[in-house]
Write a protein that binds this ligand. Sequence first.
Ligand SMILES: NC(=O)c1ccc[n+]([C@@H]2O[C@H](COP(=O)([O-])OP(=O)(O)OC[C@H]3O[C@@H](n4cnc5c(N)ncnc54)[C@H](OP(=O)(O)O)[C@@H]3O)[C@@H](O)[C@H]2O)c1
Length: 266
Amino acid sequence: MTETSQGLAIITGASAGIGAVYADRLARRGYDLLLVARNETRLAALAERLEQATGRSAAILRADLADAAQVADLAERIESEKALTLLVNNAGMGLHGSLATSDASEVSQLLALNVVAPTLLARAAVRSFTKRGHGGIINLSSVLALAPERFEGTYSASKAFILNLTQGLARALQETDVRIQAVLPGATRTEIWERAGKDINSFPPEWVMEVDDLVDAALVGFDAGEIITIPPLSDEGEWNALQAARQAMVPNLSRREVAERYRVPA
Ligand SMILES: NC(=O)c1ccc[n+]([C@@H]2O[C@H](COP(=O)([O-])OP(=O)(O)OC[C@H]3O[C@@H](n4cnc5c(N)ncnc54)[C@H](OP(=O)(O)O)[C@@H]3O)[C@@H](O)[C@H]2O)c1
């Protein structure tokens, strides 16, 4: 428990899994909390437990973040909440099937929850934090952003969006004291798998990280000032090499001349 208040952290998807562990760790670090999700009973039980354990205040907000109006209300609250110092954009879902076999309504829900909501909430936080000169945003992406061939494509694309958004915003914010981090978990033991009709126990056990380990590691990366944190990746040189290769290509990506191999034969 810490006596110094770190301000207010808003955590989306705080009723379970990764978000609930962030709530625990951030309260212990001295943040007051606003916990957001649909299941009010679970949110209230977590808030009560954390208030008793840490002495911090924990408010709850029942919101469906696949619903545009409810996202707009939360974005407005983020922009006007003077005590806010940290946004954890965590709520997310997977699909039951592939893009082709899932209901169109489930695909739309995934895009609303995994892409639209975190983007609009980050927008509100950036507007507020840049005005006040400080603040932090943690975005939950996934290692599947780097490995789309390993999954069905839609979920991984939504997580690649979050990675790209974070890298772009980090560049735009680099002269400010506003921090932004994307966390890329590998398979982590939470309900997300069961909710999408998948059995995480069918994976080799050495692939699956426990949720407490994931969040503790992600916060080590946040404290170190990382923009991208990949808790399961043991050789950070592999990530650095990928970024170096990308940066080397960037100056060659916009040209008046068509590349030689695409020239129409005379
Ligand atoms: N677990 C993994 O293997 C893994 C790997 C890579 C990335 N991630 C990412 O990590 C984040 C957290 O996932 P998790 O594994 O902790 O999942 P989880 O255990 O299923 O928890 C998801 C959280 O999001 C909330 N949520 C779901 N739909 C919502 C909606 N429409 N509106 C508001 N809140 C909603 C859920 O609460 P309610 O049901 O109460 O609304 C819950 O609190 C996600 O963005 C996920 O994509 C997870």
